[in-house]
Design a binder for this molecule. Structure first.
Ligand SMILES: [Zn+2]
Ligand SMILES: [Zn+2]
Length: 121
């Protein structure tokens, strides 16, 4: 596979559903809110400062049938989203987290579609 494009041609943002990106190589990526939050690239979530990674686990929680008490955690929402210097987007989450800056590089890398997942595995 040649290098995937990391240049978005079109970005559709829904604060309640997630983000869709059409790339310049005509690939389309669809990210759910849970996926985006779980893949937050900031130092806290990834443990980049030598501390234990504090990765969230929204996707797994949503998929869990044992989740008998959905009130325990409020539904994840995106409070705000802004462009950062033309190379990334920054998201603020309803759980108070807002340090994640998602470069288009990173977003392309975490594309959850079957074709991309197959390449990563
Ligand atoms: Zn983070
Ligand atoms: Zn993909």
């Amino acid at each position: 596979m040649s290098n995937p494009s990391t240049e978005p041609e079109h970005i559709a943002i829904s604060k309640s559903k997630g983000i869709k990106i059409d790339w310049t190589d005509s690939h389309r990526s669809e990210y759910s809110l849970a996926l985006l939050r779980d893949e937050c690239p900031c130092a806290t979530c990834t443990g980049a400062h030598g501390t234990a990674p504090q990765k969230s686990n929204y996707a797994a929680e949503q998929a869990s049938p044992q989740n008998l008490f959905p009130m325990y955690k409020p539904t994840l929402r995106m409070n705000d989203v802004e462009a950062v210097g033309g190379y990334a987007i920054r998201m603020s989450w309803s759980d108070g987290h807002n340090t994640g800056i998602y470069s288009f590089d990173h977003l392309r890398r975490i594309c959850p579609c079957e074709a991309c997942r197959a390449v990563r595995e």
